[in-house]
Ligand binder design. Structure first.
Ligand code: PLP
Length: 405
């Protein structure tokens, strides 16, 4: 009988959103076991809601959205994004430089597919949001990981970036604020990253989907604002800032010296046209959302849910013997370190699976974020305080006897 295998194109692609640990959690739930889930950055199931204005806006938008829009998106959305780009100091942006997408995800794939030839290299952080690595490899390119340094608040290691640049390197990916570490990069660091991109003539891809989810009175700086002479692509959207992941609304902004990328932009346009357009009712939310309905901002102030949950989880993790964690400044992730010698851990998937089976708590092991050693894991601290407290206690208890064999 003729059977069907997946394409060879997928041989170099790893994307384990559903790995063995998640599969086991699903099996447990099917058998009636309650699992505490600290594994996905999806606010809605944890009681975070978009403001009524946004929900009403989506409802109102549906009737008039039956047709395809212009492939890059409706003009009103792109004009609102031109203003947004201006507010962030992103230079040389007009409506034709903006593309809306079904989430930033779609546009990350478009931008890498349009750019990469076989063997072209893209510098991507480790740990990363793994879609970047998967899309670079799927496009026939090669994801080359540069280390972010836990000792320095998880900032990119500039010397490591320089070391890993070759004559095949085309682009530098910066995820700021960062998933999975929660790091927020200061202006001086971004300036040094721009200097590297300038020296080596690289495109900057800036994933800034968490740019409005910043704590402690810190300011997010768009790296594209510091690079008017380079070609930059900045990605963002409403998924996280407005807690509407399911509406699938994202965008990308081309900025800086676009003369450097005329032919590449023609490729982006071709791929954008091929997908016709992004979800039209959701595009209509963009002007509304960017004109003041920053639904999530109060969650990130002292007294707000995300802020208080961060304070709790950061302290609770650092109180567990053998665990240490850098305090996140943005988004809703923390990436704790495990003292692997103490627990004899050599396989972080096994660690996550053992913990899940014994204590019914699910998190993602660090190697799922292209982190090279089995000594980290990611916690999403969106679940409410009771769940976080129970999870931290279970982890402490579990680790008091755990030895991996
Ligand atoms: N970029 C980062 C760093 C993310 O963490 C995520 C989702 O978790 C995305 C992009 C995807 O966002 P979207 O919902 O806009 O596709």
């Amino acid at each position: 009988m003729k059977t069907f295998s997946k394409s060879r194109k997928l041989d170099n692609v790893q994307y384990d959103v559903r790995g063995p640990v998640v599969d086991e959690a699903a099996r447990m739930e099917e058998n009636g076991i309650k699992v505490l889930k600290l594994n996905i950055g999806n606010p809605a199931p944890f009681g975070f809601t978009a403001p009524d204005k946004i929900l009403d806006g989506m409802r109102d938008a549906v009737a008039g959205s039956q047709g395809y829009s212009e492939s890059r998106g409706i003009l009103a959305a792109r004009e609102a994004l031109v203003e947004y780009a201006k507010g962030k100091g992103i230079p040389n942006v007009s409506a034709k430089d903006i593309y809306t997408g079904n989430g930033a995800s779609e546009l990350i794939q478009v931008s890498l597919t349009a750019l990469l030839d076989q063997g072209d290299e893209v510098l991507i952080p480790a740990p990363d949001y793994p879609l970047w690595t998967a899309c670079a490899n799927l496009a026939g390119g090669k994801a080359v990981h540069y280390i972010c340094d836990e000792q320095s608040d998880w900032y990119p290691d500039l010397a490591d970036i320089e070391r890993k640049i070759s004559d095949r390197t085309k682009a530098l990916v910066i995820i700021n604020p960062n998933n999975p570490t929660g790091a927020l990069y200061p202006r001086e660091l971004l300036e040094r990253l721009v200097e590297i991109a300038r020296k080596h003539e690289l495109i900057i891809f800036a994933d800034e989907i968490y740019d409005r989810l910043v704590m402690d009175g810190e300011e997010h700086v768009s790296i594209a604002s510091l690079a008017p002479d380079l070609f930059c692509v900045t990605f963002s959207g409403l998924s996280k800032s407005h807690m509407v992941c399911g509406f699938r609304v994202g965008w990308m902004i081309l900025s800086g010296n676009k003369d450097l990328a005329r032919d590449y932009i023609a490729g982006i346009n071709m791929l954008s046209n091929m997908r016709l357009c992004s979800n039209v009712p959701a595009q209509k939310l963009i002007p509304l959302a960017l004109k003041g309905y920053q639904s999530s901002s109060e969650y990130f102030q002292p007294g707000g849910r995300v802020y208080e949950q961060r304070e709790f989880i950061w302290k609770a993790l650092n109180d567990i013997p053998g665990i240490s964690a850098v305090k996140p400044k943005a988004a809703f992730y923390i990436f704790p370190k495990i003292d692997v010698k103490r627990f004899n851990i050599t396989d972080d998937n096994k660690f996550a699976l053992d913990f899940l089976k014994e204590k019914h708590v699910l998190f993602v092991p660090g190697t799922g974020f292209n982190w090279p050693s089995p000594d980290h894991f990611r916690i999403v601290y969106l679940p409410d305080l009771d769940v976080l407290k129970a999870s931290a206690e279970k982890l402490k208890d579990f680790l008091s006897t755990y030895r991996q064999n």
